[in-house]
Design a protein around this ligand. Structure first.
Ligand code: NAP
Length: 247
């Protein structure tokens, strides 16, 4: 059966790339391109899945409107915090049968890097995350870096790993980066870059670097299409594409 797909933020960089990928994909039909001011309620009954690549200020309201319309949501827009995720989780619980996938990164290399970091994290004394992006990105650190840091912290906590060594007493300008559950995250903005992340894991005498690079927006499309095809089978809120992969 053909899956009818709408794209929110269709005129944006990721939205336009998604429209082209959906049009080229077997079994998917692009039925709507929505931008600022367009009516999401009108998607009820005409679209099965909507992909949101908009802006952090708009994405949560879009997802609530999609839930109200009974349209599955695949969300790549970043900027989500715990409270916003909790509100969507609660709304989705009251909307049985509708799935929401919020993925901070649809690139399979990034999804795997996050998983590898979780596996390795309890085995190393120190772990830090450095994300690097183009300077037009409006939020920092990246959603991927936050998701990575939280996964690392959770894996270390589950394994009973001790606190990381750090003698810093004075850091008036925040040079040690942002602290996510005890994992430091550093954001670099450089013209010419697209989306890159390195996870440094060290023990005395050794360093493991896990690195993922997206050179082009096409890197996100296999993951977006995988989510579009899978979201109806996963009612409720899922965070991170690994939830749909058997890793
Ligand atoms: P972009 O080029 O600025 O595109 C955003 C588009 O959304 C713009 O066309 C904007 O219109 C439109 N928009 C704003 N508010 C809207 C609303 N309420 N309803 C519908 N459309 C609306 O940004 P981008 O580079 O495509 O990135 C979009 C988001 O995806 C960012 O949060 C980025 O970090 C994220 N991203 C995620 C992944 C991933 O794998 N998860 C990968 C890459 C990027 P106007 O220009 O008229 O405001």
């Amino acid at each position: 059966m053909t899956i009818r797909v709408a794209v929110l933020g269709a005129a944006g960089r990721m939205g336009a790339t998604t429209c082209a990928a959906v049009e080229a994909a077997d079994g998917l039909e692009l039925v709507a391109r929505l931008d600022v001011g367009d009516d999401i309620a009108a998607l009820a009954g005409t679209a099965d899945v909507a992909v949101d690549f908009t802006v952090p200020d708009a994405t949560e309201a879009n997802v609530h409107a999609l839930l109200d319309a009974g349209v599955h949501a695949v969300v790549g827009t970043t900027g989500w915090d715990d409270d916003a995720l909790a509100r969507v989780r609660e709304h989705a619980a009251g909307t049985p049968g509708v799935g929401v996938m919020i993925a901070p990164n649809f690139a399979l290399s990034a999804v795997l890097a996050m998983r590898f970091a979780e596996l390795a994290a309890p085995l190393f004394a120190s772990v830090e995350v450095v994300e690097m992006h183009h300077p037009r990105k409006v939020d920092a650190p990246s959603g991927t870096a936050i998701h990575t840091a939280r996964g690392v912290a959770a894996a270390r906590a589950a394994a009973g790993a001790p606190a990381m060594p750090d003698a810093t007493e004075s850091d008036p300008r925040g040079a040690r980066g942002a602290d996510y559950d005890g994992v430091h995250v550093h954001a670099v903005r450089l013209d010419g870059l697209v989306a890159h992340e390195q996870i440094f894991l060290s023990n005395p005498g050794e360093l493991l670097t896990i690195r993922t690079d997206s050179f082009d927006r096409s890197s996100f499309m296999p993951g977006v299409l995988l989510a579009v095809r899978g979201v109806a089978r996963h009612p409720g809120l899922s965070v991170g594409l690994d939830a749909y992969l058997d890793l």
